[in-house]
Design a protein around this ligand. Structure first.
Ligand code: AP5
Ligand code: MG
Ligand code: ZN
Length: 217
């Protein structure tokens, strides 16, 4: 059983790295960002609340986010293991997660931080595009579809850009997330769970580094 947290600033490649890991290890992918976007598109109360923060690149309140994760972790598909992508993002969330996992008796296996220099993050986010049909994520510069305009995974031909990838919002997202990142890394380093990988290399290489860490667990 692998219970993993993937840390990384916006655009570090958490979603991209999650895909081959869940395929290989059959883990549930728990991305709070994806869950909020789904709730926003459905117009649920959580979605309406989250929208107030996400549109400006701010963090959704800790309790709202932790509750969402707690409910998600009770679904049976998480039993063989899970990847938390984008949660926790604050030390308060990390403390709340400790309580949740203790209650569910699901200890963490490993926390992996994908490290990428800030200037590269800005570039990546502005060039990101996503398949409307299956959610696969691409990049105009670093990771385009093999055939232009056709999704590698599902063959779809409609794509979109995320609302919060606009330059004004990206600036604030990076600022807000950066402030929280170091204390979070310190939190898990103190628990002996932390590994940092170089995210400024091709996606296959990032995956290989993460996979090498997981192989020892
Ligand atoms: P979320 O959706 O999690 O956004 P984020 O943290 O800003 O991260 P991203 O999804 O933008 O980046 P990523 O690391 O997944 O990178 P990706 O693989 O796509 O959260 C959105 C919002 O929800 C937050 O701003 C906040 O408001 C709210 N929220 C979510 N969780 C919360 C929480 N816990 N607490 C409070 N609020 C919360 O890759 C990016 C691009 O780079 C793509 O184009 C990709 O193709 C490319 N790329 C990826 N890897 C590589 C590589 N190795 N080399 C070259 N290009 C690459
Ligand atoms: Mg993501
Ligand atoms: Zn697709």
């Amino acid at each position: 059983m692998l219970n993993i947290i993937l840390l990384g600033l916006p655009g570090a490649g958490k979603g991209t790295a999650s895909a081959p890991i869940i395929d290989k290890y059959h883990l549930a992918h728990i991305s709070t960002g994806d869950m909020f976007r789904e709730a926003m598109s459905e117009g649920t109360p959580v979605g309406l609340e989250a929208k107030k923060y996400i549109d400006g690149g701010n963090l959704v309140p800790d309790e709202v986010t932790a509750k969402l994760v707690e409910e998600r972790l009770q679904k049976p598909d998480t039993t063989p293991g899970f990847i938390l992508d984008g949660f926790p993002r604050t030390t308060v969330q990390a403390e709340l997660l400790e309580d949740i996992l203790q209650k569910l008796n699901r200890p963490l296996t490993s926390v992996i931080s994908i490290d990428v220099p800030e200037e590269i993050l800005v570039e990546r986010l502005s060039a990101r595009y996503i398949c409307k049909n299956c959610g696969a994520t691409y990049n105009k510069i670093s990771n385009p579809t093999k055939v232009e305009g056709v999704c590698d995974r599902c063959g779809g031909n409609e794509f979109y850009q995320r609302e919060d990838d606009k330059p004004e919002v990206v600036k604030n997202r990076l600022k807000v997330n950066k402030e929280m990142n170091t204390p979070l890394i310190d939190f898990y380093t103190a628990k002996n769970l932390m590994t940092r990988v170089d995210g400024n290399q091709a996606p296959e290489k990032v995956f290989a580094e993460i996979d090498a860490v997981l192989a020892t667990k």
